[in-house]
Design a protein around this ligand. Structure first.
Ligand code: ZN
Length: 100
């Protein structure tokens, strides 16, 4: 029992650290993040580091289904500060499910 609590605590701590580090680098970890697929489509999804039920994680990039082009693609989180208001509006028009 004590071991389980220790492991869960370590996992939660790791997710918190990755969220803080990701946010410090300008990414929207732990909230709706703008993603761009390898074909250039923009959409948003809930991004939680280390947690994903829908995507195959490859470091920062994730291999997942693009909701815009309805195809599988390598998708990367985008910094909102790097995007124009038009690009952010386009991304927010294509929101994926709440499931990470
Ligand atoms: Zn796409």
């Amino acid at each position: 029992m004590g071991v389980v609590v220790a492991v869960l605590g370590a996992v939660v701590l790791l997710i918190v650290i990755m969220t803080v580090v990701g946010r410090a680098r300008g990414y929207d970890y732990g909230r709706e993040s703008v993603m761009r697929c390898s074909r250039g489509h923009l959409f948003t999804e809930l991004l939680i580091p280390g947690v994903s039920f829908r995507a195959v994680r490859l470091g920062v990039a994730r291999y997942e289904r693009c909701p815009v082009g309805r195809h599988w693609a390598l998708c990367r989180p985008q910094r909102r500060s790097d995007l124009s208001p038009d690009e952010i509006a386009e991304a927010e028009a294509h929101r994926t499910s709440r499931l990470p």
